[in-house]
Design a protein around this ligand. Structure first.
Ligand code: G3P
Length: 236
């Protein structure tokens, strides 16, 4: 169990881990984001596994007040404080209690220079960077930028219930090998279609330290049951 958060403290992202991205699903927006985060925290605690959530940025502060698991923003912009109306400032997510941020999700893509600056800004603020990569080539480019994590997520499999770890095992193991050749310190996750314990086990067997998933929990008929099943895959 994580110790209670001290004022202004950001929590560490321990591995192996299941990160649940809330995207902009209505099932995980506003008060429902808080409720789902509490559920995920409780199950992770009972099952003794590491879990983190990525609510919408507008819900970060409320979720951070409610739970003691690491919280990630879904996106930050590669900016410093100043005149950037409508942008997401890395300092702002830290002030909300986020431990770090996803960046370059295929639903919020960035160019390489933007990814580089975002990683540097997060690092400077002691925030975790979880950079998504759409394919092996993209993961190689991003590995050179020294993110803390790379999540390999082929867009074609996102939201479809066919797990990348089962459907494209070579893509995952190939990405892990190539990323580690460039930078062995980068922790690799995979995501897209992960819905069962078997999918999580397969991801770990391929050399990842966990999974980034969304619909398998957020859109599940019974999110608690789905989360419990996923957790059992992390403990094998
Ligand atoms: O960030 C998680 C993601 O894009 C995968 O989504 O619904 O296939 O788990 P999903």
């Amino acid at each position: 169990m994580q110790l209670p958060r001290l004022f202004g403290e950001t929590l560490k992202l321990k591995v192996p881990v299941i990160i649940v991205n809330f995207k902009t699903y209505s099932e995980a927006t506003g008060a429902r984001a808080v409720k789902l985060s509490k559920l995920i925290e409780k199950i992770a605690d009972n099952e003794q596994i590491n879990a983190a959530v990525a609510p919408q940025n507008i819900d970060l502060a409320k979720v951070a007040e409610a739970v003691n698991i690491p919280i990630l923003a879904q996106h930050v912009d590669p900016i410093k404080p100043g005149s950037f109306t409508g942008s997401i400032l890395p300092e702002a997510i830290k002030a909300c209690g986020a431990a770090g941020s996803l960046i370059n999700h295929s639903e919020k893509p960035m160019n390489l220079n933007q990814i580089k600056v975002a990683i540097e800004r997060l690092r400077k603020l002691k925030l975790i960077s979880v950079a998504c990569a759409k394919d092996v080539e993209n993961s190689i480019q991003i590995a050179k930028l020294r993110p803390d994590f790379i999540a390999i997520e082929p867009p074609a499999l996102i939201g479809g219930g066919i797990a990348v770890s089962k459907a494209e095992p070579e893509l995952v193991s190939g990405a892990v090998a190539k990323i580690h050749k460039i930078n062995p310190k980068v922790k690799v996750l995979c995501g897209a279609g992960i819905t069962t314990a078997e999918d999580v086990k397969a991801a770990l067997r391929l050399g990842t330290v966990g999974v980034l998933l969304a619909s398998g929990v957020v859109k599940a008929k019974d999110p608690a049951r789905a989360m419990r099943d996923l957790c059992s895959g992390l403990k094998f």
